[in-house]
Design a protein. Structure first.
Length: 285
């Protein structure tokens, strides 16, 4: 299957500070792909590199088959982008920003624009600076979709939105974008969003991809067990979820648990939240 994003050993440094430390990532065409990670893990730096806004310091990076920083604006004709902070001109009206953005693209779907203006209840004559955060995010999504991009990149787009606005945003991806077979790459802190729409997930921590795959594949690689405190056994890749006077509950690599000759406790499935904690803690606490 064709890849819309391909990274191998991708590095990004700011002077002596290493932000991306060898990212290996492949996003198949037509996939809704989620990028999870803590603050400072490198998510936004990765996205800015994918967009061609900053150059890589090393490794291989291809977006829609091209090296993004080399071809810049021509690649962004094929990419829709929505970020947490939209940066839209507050003095412009809704219709004004639509006409401004239309002039920047070779193709533009006016019917789609009208569809989302109606659906999102956006008044074309309203000044952007008076819109709520949810309305501004919907407008940014409209602007990103109007050029009919091959790839939609979303950087924490639903951060700070109320539950209804989040729901409406997700519905656009589920009902409109995904059935068309378009590729979506989004970062988020909200695991419920991931579970609702993502087909593939990558967990990034400390500038590296810790785990990548479908949600079931990721969850199958960890088990949760409760062990009596009278048992001193520990595992090399364990994370203590909680502990009391009698027992402790651990997250453990499934392969290590299965290969251990003295494993105790009954393993139970883990949640995506628990898997996230495991891989973003180093699994060694």
């Amino acid at each position: 299957m064709k890849s819309v994003i391909y990274c191998q050993g991708l590095q990004k440094n700011y002077g002596p500070k290493k932000i991306l430390k060898g990212i290996d990532l492949e996003v198949p065409e037509g996939t809704v792909f989620a990028l999870l990670g803590t603050n400072g893990a490198g998510k936004t730096t990765l996205i800015r590199t994918l967009l061609g806004l900053i150059p890589a310091s090393g490794g291989v990076i291809k977006v829609l088959g091209e090296e993004p920083y080399k071809i810049g604006s021509s690649l962004r004709q094929k990419i829709g982008y929505v970020s947490e902070e939209q940066g839209l001109y507050g003095w412009m009206t809704v219709s004004g920003i639509i006409h401004f953005c239309k002039s920047l693209y070779q193709q533009w779907d006016d019917q789609l624009v009208q569809k989302y203006l109606d659906r999102f209840k956006l008044n074309p004559h309203t000044r952007i600076g008076t819109l709520s955060k949810g309305q501004t995010t919907k407008l940014a999504l409209l602007l990103a979709l109007a050029p009919k991009p091959e790839l939609l990149i979303l950087d924490e787009p639903m951060s700070g939105l109320d539950p209804l606005a989040q729901h409406e945003f997700l519905q656009v991806i589920q009902r409109d974008i995904r059935p068309e077979g378009r590729s979506v790459f989004f970062s988020t802190h909200n695991l419920a969003d991931v579970e609702a729409i993502a087909q593939q997930v990558a967990i990034v921590y400390d500038g590296k991809i810790q785990k990548c795959g479908s949600i079931p594949e990721i969850l199958q690689q960890i088990v949760k067990v409760t062990i009596s405190n009278s048992n001193p056994h520990t595992y090399s890749t364990q994370l203590v979820l909680n502990e009391n006077n009698d027992s402790r509950t651990l997250l453990i690599q499934a392969t290590e648990y299965q290969s251990s000759t003295d494993s105790v406790g009954t393993p139970v499935p883990v949640s995506l939240h628990e898997a996230f904690l495991f891989y973003c803690s180093g699994g060694n606490q």
